[in-house]
Design a protein around this ligand. Structure first.
Ligand SMILES: [Zn+2]
Length: 140
């Protein structure tokens, strides 16, 4: 009498195991790659609108930038963003070629990327991302 009962319960466990395996496949690759301890010491910045991860704390270069809607952060690298077409833009510090940066998940405009500068003093900004603070949420 005991054996059939055991078989039935095992089948239930197996089907649960299958659904767990499917969930693992959906886990974003950034969560798998980074060690668990790292996320505690280095804040990661997310899209405030859809919680799409956008940048790592270790890639934060400056918090002193000013965007269209207020304070903005400069990052050396950004992820899960869509870089738009190049646009020539005159800013307070000089003329630049920039590209608008939008969230790859929700399409929200986040800031811009410095593609090219014409002033040697500003050249360090090339390839950097400026994301408005209002568009970000921070996780530790
Ligand atoms: Zn988003």
């Amino acid at each position: 009498m005991k054996c059939p009962t055991a078989e039935t319960s095992q089948r239930t466990i197996n089907s649960t195991g299958l659904s767990i395996r499917t969930n693992n496949l959906l886990t974003p690759s950034f969560l798998v790659k980074s060690p668990m301890g790292e996320s505690k010491t280095r804040p990661t910045y997310f899209c405030r609108n859809c919680e799409n991860p956008l940048a790592l704390g270790e890639d934060l270069i400056s918090k002193k930038f000013v965007g269209a809607s207020g304070p903005a952060f400069m990052f050396s690298h950004a992820m899960n963003v869509v870089v738009g077409p190049k646009i020539g833009r005159k800013l307070i510090t000089g003329s630049y070629v920039v590209a608008d940066v939008t969230c790859s998940k929700c399409g929200e405009t986040l800031g811009w990327k410095y593609v090219e500068t014409f002033d040697l003093k500003q050249r360090y900004k090339e390839g950097m991302f400026v994301i408005e603070k209002l568009k970000l949420t921070k996780n530790y």
